[in-house]
Design a protein around this ligand. Structure first.
Ligand SMILES: Nc1nc2c(c(=O)[nH]1)N[C@H]1C(S)=C(S)[C@@H](COP(=O)(O)OP(=O)(O)OC[C@H]3O[C@@H](n4cnc5c(N)ncnc54)[C@H](O)[C@@H]3O)O[C@H]1N2
Ligand code: MOO
Ligand SMILES: [Mg+2]
Length: 426
């Protein structure tokens, strides 16, 4: 059986990212936040656009004020006021200063700012009590960015800071990757929707909602295809349809050895290549990963060319399905979506607050909460049952502690590797 890290690498190698040309769209800047940039962006503007002041004070010629002290101050003539947004009208001569405010353009002839706190204004004169460093508080034109150089590279996620950069560069229509479409289907005769009344033996299809939420939070577009009964023909029709509508397909249930676990068989019948049948993780061992060759289905809507579809047959148990999503599906979605890096889960060392127990045979994931205090990162395992059928105590978990193969416990106070399960795209 593959280890988790072997499965992760294999899966990432199978993912063909969206195409920067074929799968690109232009969206207005406010709509670009949370999307992946699909082309390099540069600007024709220098940043700063002109020499300007970093402080409120006076623009001076540094040579004029080098010798001043508190007891022997130097007095300069104030020739104009320069508020931000108004260009200077005059050039500064020796013996002169200009009143300047944070962000204002530096007048010609000035090379240094004296902060207001080191001055005293006397009518149209200013007294300087302390010699500034030459060039002090001057933000030089192009010292942050020179026009024409690369500004933002393709493949990054656009969040607040990138929105600021794009706005400042006056980019209003942003080239981004389209969101990948991820079809979700739930298999099982026992499943009903949250709107149905429950009969004995039935349960609500919670995986559909959980997976749709996680797909959306990962930046992709979920296509919820509903509940498919455990009937080979129904499953075959549903999967055949799903692969024509989406870039990736997720199903839950039907991948173990039970009498009604048909997913692998149907995938083979449909011509898929079965890449993975199980991974040594707990929960989530029965994980099917398959690929459909490009020629098997027409391209998804909006694409001009078809590409390989990745199929994940997640286990039905609610926790197993979600752990499988976090550990294996989310990295694949991140790579598919055009992100150039940050695909793999973030795993950090933390101090366990409790005793963690595991079987030792499979890499074991225990859900709980990661938080920081003054001593560093701490992990608190969720109370209650860690059965893969118990979705109740999964709520509010933000991390999974990982007990390695061969280890049966981690004591309270010991360090454990912890995987974050809610994280932004970057
Ligand atoms: N003899 C063996 N039995 C099982 C093995 C095994 O190795 N040998 N593996 C177990 C493990 S581990 C898991 S995980 C499950 C995986 O089962 P399946 O993927 O075949 O899923 P189902 O049998 O269809 O359902 C399992 C369980 O999950 C519930 N379920 C299914 N779909 C949903 C849904 N959409 N929303 C909520 N809950 C769902 C279903 O009712 C079952 O309780 O197999 C073990 N068995
Ligand atoms: O691994 Mo199953 O996913 O233990 O319940
Ligand atoms: Mg089963």
């Amino acid at each position: 059986m593959l280890s988790a890290s072997e499965a992760e690498s294999l899966i990432l190698n199978l993912v063909q990212p969206l195409d920067a040309n074929r799968d690109r769209q232009r969206v207005p800047l406010p709509a670009a936040v949370g999307r992946i940039l699909a082309a390099d962006v540069s600007s024709q503007l220098d940043f700063p656009h002109w020499d300007n002041s970093a402080m409120d004070g006076y623009a001076v010629r540094s040579a004029d004020v080098q010798t001043c002290t508190a007891t022997a101050p130097i007095t300069l003539e104030v020739i104009e006021d320069i508020p931000a947004g108004t260009p200077p009208q005059k050039a500064l001569q020796s013996g002169q200063a200009a009143r300047i405010l944070t962000g204002s353009m530096l007048p010609t002839g000035a090379d240094t700012i004296v902060i207001q706190e080191n001055t005293q204004r006397q009518g149209d004169r200013v007294v300087i009590f302390s010699p500034p460093e030459p060039q002090a508080f001057v933000r030089r034109r192009a010292s942050f960015y020179r026009a024409g150089e690369p500004l933002l590279p393709a493949g990054i996620a656009l969040q607040g800071p990138e929105a600021a950069v794009l706005a400042a560069a006056q980019c209003t229509e942003i080239p981004v990757y389209r969101r990948p479409k991820v079809a979700i289907l739930s298999t099982g005769n026992e499943l009903v929707t949250p709107h149905d009344s429950l009969k004995p033996g039935q349960i609500v299809d919670s995986n559909q909602y959980a997976l749709a939420a996680l797909v959306q939070l990962a930046g992709a577009e979920p296509l919820s295809l509903g509940i498919i009964p455990d009937e080979p023909q129904a499953l075959k029709t549903a999967i055949a349809q799903a692969i024509t509508q989406a870039d990736m397909v997720l199903s839950s249930g039907g991948v173990s050895v039970g009498d009604y676990d048909y997913v692998d068989r149907i995938l083979s019948e449909l011509g898929a290549d079965l890449q993975i049948r199980a991974v040594a993780v707990k929960p989530g061992k029965p994980l099917t990963v398959a690929t459909f060759a490009p020629q098997l289905q027409p391209p998804p809507p909006g694409a001009t060319e078809s590409h390989r579809i990745l199929y994940f047959g997640l286990p039905g148990n609610p926790v197993s399905a979600l752990v499988g999503f976090w550990r294996f599906v989310e990295p694949a979605i991140r790579k598919l979506s055009g992100l150039a890096a940050h695909w793999r889960p973030v795993i950090v060392p933390a101090r366990s607050q409790h005793l963690l127990k595991a079987g030792g045979q499979r890499e074991t994931y225990l859900w709980g909460q990661l938080r920081a205090d003054a001593s560093g990162l701490l992990f608190s395992v969720s109370g209650g049952s860690h059965s893969s059928g118990n979705l109740i105590n999964l709520a509010q978990a933000n991390a999974l502690a990982i007990v390695p193969v061969g280890q049966t416990q981690i004591l309270a106070g010991e360090t454990v590797q912890v995987m974050k399960v809610y994280r932004p795209l970057s």
